[in-house]
Design a protein around this ligand. Sequence first.
Ligand SMILES: Nc1ncnc2c1ncn2[C@@H]1O[C@H](COP(=O)(O)OP(=O)(O)O)[C@@H](O)[C@H]1O
Ligand SMILES: [Mg+2]
Length: 407
Amino acid sequence: MHIDITTREKRLDSIVSYAPVGIVQFDPAGTIIEMNTKAHGLLQSLGCPATCPREHAFELLKTVAPAVMEKLTGALFSEGLIFKNEVHIIEYGKETGQGDHYWQISASWIDPQCIVLAFDDISEQHQQQQAMLSAISEKAVEQGKSELAADILHDIGNAVVGLGAHITRIRRSLDDTKDNLLVGLADFLNTQQSQIASGIGEAKAAAATTMARSLADSHQELHAGIRESINGQLAILSHIQEILNIQRQYVAGKETGVRLQVNLRGVIMDSLSMLTATLAKRGIQLHSTLTEEPTLLRGDRTRLMQVVMNLLKNSIEAIDLAAETKTISVSLERTPTELELTITDSGCGFDQATAAKLFGRGFTTKSTGTGLGLTNCREIIESHKGTITLTSDGPGKGAATRIKFIL
Ligand SMILES: Nc1ncnc2c1ncn2[C@@H]1O[C@H](COP(=O)(O)OP(=O)(O)O)[C@@H](O)[C@H]1O
Ligand SMILES: [Mg+2]
C-alpha cells in the first residue's frame, strides 16, 4: 500500500500531538520548535501558565528541572538517546503548596538541529510506590520486633521454669525434713521430767523441758513461714507465666498465623494425664467421655492445651478439699457442624453477679489468683473462631464451661 508523504507526515504529526506523553522539540540553542497538547497540559498543571518562559526550553528547564538542564548542556551532539526514563523532582509549583511533582523524563537528539524531550507526571505512581515501600519496611520492622519479643519471652519463660523447679525442690526438701524430731524430743523430756529431775534437780529439768518445747515450736513456726513464702513465690511465678502466655499469644498473632491440624481429643487427653497426680492427691474423681469420631480442627496445639489446662485448674481450685463429692467431668462431642467440649465440676459455683465478671481481665476471687486465666482462654478460643461460656446454677452448685468450635 502506498501512502504519500504528506498523509504520512500528517498522521505522524497527529500521533505526536495527541500522544499521552508530553513532547517538546527544541533546537541546540534551546528555542522551542514545537510542543504537543500533553506537554502544554503538564506545564499548566504545575500552575505556571503566565510566568513560565514557554518559548525557550533551557529557560523553562532551568525553572522546572535544573538537573535535566545540566544533563543537556553536558550532552554534545551524538545521534540518539541522551537519557531515558529518569525520574526528576519538578521544582516549580512547590511554593504554591502543591507538594512534590515527579516527572519521568527522556531526552534524545533527533538530528543536529533538534532535541526532543518526552515526559510524563508520575507523581501518583511514585507516591503509591513509596507508600508500598514504607509499608514493606514497616512490616519488616514489625516482624523484627515480634521476633525479638518472641525470643525474649522464650528466654524469660525458660528462666521462670528453671526458677520454679528450684523453688519446688526447696519445698519438697522442706516437706522431707523431719521437723517433728524436735517435737518428739520435747514430748520425751516432758514425760520423763520427774526421772530427769531426780538426776539434775527439778528446776533444771523443768528448764530443759521448756527450752526443748520452745525450740520445737519456733522451729515449726520457721518452717511454716518458709512454706508460706515459697507458696507465695510459686503463685507469683504462675502469675508471671500467665502474663508471658498472653504476651506470647500477642506476638504469635502478629506472625504468619499459619495454623495446623490439631486433634482436640489428643489435647484433652494430654492435659488430663498431666493432672492425674493432682486429681488423685485431692481425691477428685474424673469422668471423661471423649467422642471416637474425628476431632481435628485448625489451630495452635500449645494454646489449646493452655485453655484446657487453665479450665481444669479452675475446676480443681473450685472444689473444696473437704467436700463430700469431688468430681470433674470432661466431655467432647461432635455434631456434623461443631465440636463441643464441656468441663463440669462439683465445685463452689458462683452467683449471677460473679458470672458477669468472670471473663474480666484481672477478676479473681482467690487470694493467690491472677484473674488472667479466663481472659486468656477466651482470647485463644476466639482466635480459633470458637465460643466459650462458663455457667453455674448458683453458689455450691458447681460450674460448667462449654467451648464450641465450628467445623
Ligand atoms: N470452675 C469454676 N468454678 C467456680 N468459679 C470459677 C470457676 N472457674 C473460674 N471461676 C471464677 O472465675 C475467677 C477468674 O478465673 P481465672 O480467670 O481463671 O483467674 P484465677 O483462677 O487466677 O482466679 C476465679 O477467681 C473464680 O472466682
Ligand atoms: Mg484460673
